[in-house]
Design a protein around this ligand. Structure first.
Ligand code: URA
Length: 234
């Protein structure tokens, strides 16, 4: 890849701005200042510094993020802070797909990935992996068995929709876990509402076989390992 193309793809500006950066000697490759924008290199094989900051390059990056309440599952929004604003350099230089959105007031595990195939794998209706949520309700939870059969809710277009059987587990008077394979608008809240419960806290604790890393506080994230990506797909 050409050096100017690489730097532009890593959000350092237009090809023209990058050319100026190089001209001013701000870029070092393996310890040497490089000014030639047409240099061809394999970015993953070199140490590239811009203004002294290392810019590691990865062909694909997949992150697990602990989404806090109040952040929108989007790359940009005029009104609310977005999950990608939680990322620091170099990760904020990549363009991520969000695999499985969460409501503004929901929290928990999100997968951000540059890998289009992985997104497809995680959200394609046919492949739908279970997503597990911890739900806190205002009311005392007594019986969730109808959620195991399927209930009728409205989808995002307000059309009637019968949910697939869910897996449920009551944890305490006000808390339960539910695993579903679909992702309709407000699905968990609407499923609980259909049987008379108001969800006041919703946390996603797992996607497929991969659980939210307990070391990640809300707002924190980390890179997934290759093994974890395989776990996600399995
Ligand atoms: N179901 C919901 O109701 N909200 C979410 O954010 C995720 C699943």
């Amino acid at each position: 890849m050409r050096l100017d193309k690489f730097l532009a793809s890593m959000q350092f500006g237009s090809r023209k701005e990058v050319k100026m950066m190089l001209h001013h000697g701000r870029v070092q490759i393996d310890g040497t200042i490089v000014k030639d924008e047409s240099l061809h290199l394999e970015p993953a094989k070199h140490q590239i510094l811009v203004d002294g900051e290392s810019i590691p390059y990865f062909e694909q990056v997949t992150l697990m993020l602990h989404k806090p309440v109040g952040y929108l599952s989007a790359n940009e929004d005029p009104r609310h802070p977005v999950v990608t604003s939680l990322l620091h350099s170099p990760w904020n230089r990549y363009t991520f797909h969000i695999a499985g959105r969460l409501d503004l007031d929901s929290e928990g595990m999100m997968i951000l990935t540059t890998d289009g195939e992985l997104v497809h794998e995680l959200i394609a209706p046919k492949k739908m992996h279970y997503k597990t949520y911890r739900v806190t309700c205002d009311e005392v939870i007594q019986d969730l068995s109808s959620l195991e059969q399927g209930v009728e809710i409205r989808d995002g277009n307000e059309q009637p929709f019968v949910t697939l059987p869910a897996k449920v587990r009551i944890l305490s008077d006000h808390q339960a876990e539910i695993a579903i394979r679909e992702g309709k608008f407000h699905q968990v809240k609407r499923m609980f509402a259909s049987i008379g419960y108001t969800v006041n806290r919703l946390e996603r604790i797992a996607i497929g076989n991969l659980s939210l890393d307990p070391q990640l506080a809300p707002g924190e994230y980390r890179v997934l390992t290759e093994n974890e990506i395989q776990e996600l797909k399995s």
